[in-house]
Ligand binder design. Structure first.
Ligand code: GLA
Length: 388
């Protein structure tokens, strides 16, 4: 990949003098969905697929960006002066947003850059290609300008800040954190209430993670993501009148059942119920994994999907079909939607010997029902951002 991006860089930007190459992963969340803006737990991991970059500093203020994934767009130019989101800037609003966020946080960005990207995360799949670009850009800025005081946690926080404030999506911290803090063969058990975390080895005992991509494109901005977030905020404010909590993640299932009548609307009760129960499920799932109980882990994944489907209503026919067909296949330990939902991917834990049959069964059943094909990826857990 390094050779491919360097060669393309030379073609697009003239030569490769002063160019360095970098990588940041994509992520998949194993369990703990729509909990990260509710002060709950998440359990994501970085993947070995991700975004590759070749980049160099410029001696003026220009930004020149090129993506091998969107070659038809050619070189998209802007400047570090008067940096703002623009529709015609397309995907470059992500690296631009990160540069803007660094400046907002008080870091000096003295010059522009030439940046070429090539990603192998399926675009719009819910495997966080945008957070990957954000963390990657932040990593490059840190390298370029010697910003040693910026930790990987800072890269995640600045990435989330740029997504929230520059790109207008009120996402939580999970994606950027999973990418910035990724560790090979480990998932990250993160408490989003205080960002404390621990690594948990992914020991699947003769099984692998299979991602099924629905090919229903999804952008967080045009989804109901922000709506779900505000429903939870309203429910929290209602609960806070009767119980002293900072987030829905502070409630046990029992405490929620005791106080839920404070929420004055049935839909909001279901949204909050998902947030509370999903958080508790995530804690139980990590415990199960530590005890080598992959079967229980899989069952909790399945329960997570049902809750996202019925209470949180973020699945849709595409994701439900992928999961329901997966559940029918022998050797599937667990299967659920992953990420924001409304399209994107599912993640399944499938026994090694069942993977071929899984794809052979789920693929055609999906295509027959939905009218177009899904894609399948057997993925591995990888490290965070790095120089190539
Ligand atoms: C998206 C957001 C995350 C998280 C998930 C749902 O991926 O970027 O912050 O909220 O959805 O769990």
């Amino acid at each position: 990949m390094k050779e491919i991006i360097l060669q393309k860089f030379a073609e697009v930007f003239g030569d490769t003098e002063g160019v360095d190459t970098y990588f940041a992963p994509g992520r998949v969340n194993l369990i703990g969905e729509h909990t990260d803006y509710n002060g709950g737990h998440v359990f994501p991991c970085a993947l070995t697929i991700g975004t590759y970059a070749a980049a160099r500093k410029r001696n003026d203020k220009k930004l020149r960006f090129y993506s091998m994934n969107f070659e038809q767009l050619g070189v998209i130019e802007s400047s570090i002066e008067n940096i703002k989101p623009e529709k015609e800037a397309d995907w470059t609003n992500y690296p631009k947003g990160m540069i803007w966020a660094f400046m907002e946080k008080g870091y000096e960005i003295p010059c522009g850059m030439d940046l070429l990207l090539n990603g192998n995360i399926p675009n719009g799949s819910g495997l966080s290609s945008s957070a990957s670009v954000e963390v990657l850009t932040g990593y490059i800025l840190r390298e370029f300008f010697g910003l040693k005081q910026v930790t990987n946690t800072d890269l995640a926080l600045i990435g989330q800040f740029s997504e929230n404030k520059f790109n207008g999506v009120n996402c939580g911290i999970m994606d950027q954190f999973a990418i910035a803090m990724g560790k090979k063969d480990n998932a990250i058990f993160l408490d989003t209430a205080d960002l404390s975390f621990e690594y948990a080895p992914i020991k699947l005992e003769g099984a692998k993670m299979v991602i099924s991509c629905s090919n229903k494109k999804r952008g967080l901005g045009d989804s109901k993501y922000n709506e779900r977030r505000s429903e939870c905020e309203t429910a929290l404010a209602e609960l806070q009148k009767v119980v002293d909590i900072k987030g829905l993640g502070d409630l046990t299932e029992e405490a929620f059942e005791e106080h839920k009548s404070a929420i004055r609307d049935d839909v909001r009760i279901r949204r909050a119920r998902h947030a509370v129960y999903e958080n508790q499920r995530t804690i139980k799932a990590v415990e199960a994994l530590k005890n080598n109980d992959v079967t229980l882990f899989g069952k909790l994944m399945n329960d997570s999907h049902v809750s996202l489907r019925d209470d949180y209503e973020v699945t849709g026919i595409e994701l439900d079909t992928l999961v329901e067909e997966a559940w029918k296949v022998d050797g599937v330990i667990g299967s659920r939607m992953t990420g924001a939902g409304f399209g994107g991917c599912t993640v399944s834990i499938v026994k090694d010997e069942a993977i071929d049959n899984f794809i052979a069964k789920v693929g055609p059943a999906y295509e027959q029902k939905i009218g177009y094909a899904a894609d399948f990826y057997v993925v591995e857990v990888g490290d965070g951002p790095k120089n190539l």
